[in-house]
Design a protein around this ligand. Structure first.
Ligand code: ATP
Ligand code: MG
Length: 301
């Protein structure tokens, strides 16, 4: 397959999971176990497809970096064990580390809590020419904080600013931030890895049974599992309120890791392709400089 064919295929495989009109979004329309046209027997073909995708992604990133105009912000959100880390690792495996940065947002520090909720994320926005990956993000502010109201209390906001409409207000602020970033040349894509409760149980059990995976298990994850329904509602609300044409969500089936990775890679390829990236043009002055350098090097003995 040549690059154009890969780009076309990427669009085809990722578009069904793209949500860019939040008003119409219903979580129940998205099946965590979906694998599109790939059956279980197609896994080797799927692996090959991912490999091809990763190569094309690397090529596009090279141009993004050279052109140095656009920045790319990729946001990953999910329940525990949905495979965020693995998706990031595999999908970005071919890209030049110089042009890519991953930031994980865990529980906020006391310094973070002394500021507005965007503050800690703003410090890590990708530079032009780079891909920035947020492993969790400011979206936690309408997810975990919404599910556990005591976290909101710990944020020490002035009392009169804490009211029922705070989640809608936060989503509005997020939309505005994303609009602002888009207007500044930051292209944003957001991924919700959509895992089923049943598959999460399987993965937790594997973490308990397999000594090499024990380190990944935390009892806190089990506690959060108890709030599954609340999280599902919070995710649905968040996506409804923040899925836009300029910053779409991808609701990626996450029960089969190999398929998750294909969809994520495909969506990023589609996004980069939409930028019409070009290597910088060499103008007359630069041409003369290159010619001069060549002459001088050729003259060396
Ligand atoms: P992994 O488990 O794969 O290491 P993770 O992203 O789950 O990755 P953890 O250290 O397990 O990392 O969890 C981070 C926790 O921090 C999550 O439960 C998340 O909800 C929480 N968190 C992130 N942002 C905020 C926030 N703004 N306020 C409160 N909690 C937050
Ligand atoms: Mg965790």
């Amino acid at each position: 397959m040549d690059t154009d064919q890969v780009i076309k295929a990427a669009r085809k495989v990722s578009r069904p999971y793209r949500v860019d009109d939040g008003g119409k979004f219903n979580m129940k329309d998205f099946d965590p176990g979906d694998t599109a046209e790939f059956g279980d027997e197609d896994k080797p073909r799927a692996k090959e497809a991912l490999q091809t995708g990763v190569e094309v992604l690397a090529k596009l990133q090279d141009v993004l970096y050279a052109q140095d105009r656009w920045a790319v912000l990729l946001i990953f959100q999910a329940m525990d064990a949905a495979g965020k880390d693995g998706a990031i690792k595999h999908v970005m495996s071919g890209v030049n580390p110089q042009g890519c940065q991953v930031v994980s947002f865990k529980s906020p520090s006391s310094e973070d809590l002394d500021h507005d909720f965007m503050w800690r994320c703003m410090k890590h926005m990708p530079e032009r020419g780079r891909i920035g990956i947020f492993n969790r993000s400011y979206y936690e502010e309408v997810l975990v904080v919404r599910v556990h109201k005591q976290i909101l209390e710990a944020q020490r906001l002035p009392q009169e600013l804490v009211h029922k409409g705070i989640w809608d207000d936060r989503c509005k602020d997020i939309r505005h931030l994303e609009r602002y970033l888009t207007r500044n040349g930051v292209i944003i894509r957001k991924f919700f890895l959509n895992l089923s409760k049943k598959e999460q149980k399987k993965r937790f059990l594997a973490r308990l049974d397999n000594p090499d995976k024990n380190w990944k298990f935390s009892s806190a994850d089990l506690k959060e599992r108890g709030f599954w329904k609340d999280y599902a509602e919070a995710y649905e609300e968040a996506i409804r309120n923040t899925a836009t044409e300029y910053a779409p969500w991808y609701v990626v089936p996450a029960d089969n890791k190999w398929f998750t990775r294909i969809v994520v890679a495909a969506a990023i390829i589609d996004a980069l392709d939409s930028l019409n990236l070009q290597y910088p043009e060499v103008d007359k002055v630069k041409r003369a400089e290159l010619d001069l350098a060549k002459t001088s090097l050729t003259k060396e003995d």
